[in-house]
Design a protein around this ligand. Structure first.
Ligand code: KIV
Ligand code: NA
Length: 264
């Protein structure tokens, strides 16, 4: 079976087919996520929380991302494999290039994701020029948790909504292949998706995005504590993990997830 490529993702956006994405951090789950028909597997730095048990993602290192990307690569067959650039791993273009190269060459990733706005244009340009496909993560950026003072919806007032639209435009112009919007109002996410020329993936960003992503542990209902409002546990009604993952993929493809209650 053919691998999913960035060209396939662009075509899906053009043709209005929803893109289904999930995280995975090891071979066993990457295999299940892949077999469920997921288009993109993200080795997210959320592993700092859901795998390592930390309170935030800020302690995750490049070595750890490379390790988990390699594990996920071993279980993946069909999906495009994307890996997160962890906190402080892309503070200048040369460093970003070095670390992205490790995720691709040692880890086996085909795309990297980084949290950033227009301030990361030089980094995205450098990666793009050297053949590294970049997904720019906008809106709520969990690596900024200590600067924001918590996890909350972004782009609620006119000024920050305007800034988000400009960030999206700037990053696309810098060469980003994909955008990811986390926790932004449904109407703003729809506006950014409409204006973009590249696929836009949402998490807590409403149904108008070109695709959706959730953290695997939230989909399986095994995240300790209260799940985020934008997530949905797909396990109820299913006996097997694979069936729940397939239900998620089908709900995204069929436009049944996210529902209005998952949005802001
Ligand atoms: O690290 C992660 O899992 C992510 C997704 C929530 C988008 O960045
Ligand atoms: Na992340």
């Amino acid at each position: 079976q053919k691998r999913v490529t960035v060209a396939d993702l662009r075509r899906a956006r053009r043709e209005g087919r929803k893109i289904a994405c999930l995280t995975a951090y090891d071979a066993a789950f990457a295999r299940l996520v892949d077999e469920a028909g997921t288009d993109v597997i993200l080795v997210g730095d959320s592993l700092g929380m859901v795998v390592q048990g930390h309170e935030t993602t800020v302690s995750v290192t490049v070595d750890e991302m490379v390790y988990h990307t390699r594990l996920a690569a071993a279980g993946r067959r069909h999906a495009l494999l994307m890996a997160d650039m962890p906190f402080m791993s892309f503070t200048d273009p040369a460093m970003a290039l070095r670390n992205a190269a490790r995720l691709m060459q040692e880890g086996g990733a085909e795309m990297v994701k980084l949290e950033g706005g227009a301030g990361q244009m030089a980094v995205v340009e450098q990666l793009s020029v050297h053949g590294v496909p970049v997904c720019a993560h906008l809106g709520l950026r969990p690596q900024f948790v200590h600067k924001i003072g918590g996890y909350r919806v972004q782009g609620r007032d006119a000024a920050s909504a305007q800034a988000l639209c400009e960030d999206a435009r700037a990053l696309e112009a810098a060469g980003a292949e994909m955008l990811l919007l986390e926790c932004v109002p449904v109407s703003l996410a729809a506006e950014i998706t409409e204006a973009a020329g590249i696929p836009v993936i949402g998490i807590g960003a409403g149904a108008a995005c070109d695709g959706q992503i959730l953290v695997l542990h939230d989909v399986l209902g095994i995240t300790p504590g209260k799940p985020p409002r934008f997530a949905r546990n797909f396990m109820p009604g299913h006996e097997r993990v694979g069936d729940a993952l397939r239900a998620y993929v089908e709900a995204v493809r069929g436009g049944r997830f996210p529902a209005p209650e998952h949005g802001f």
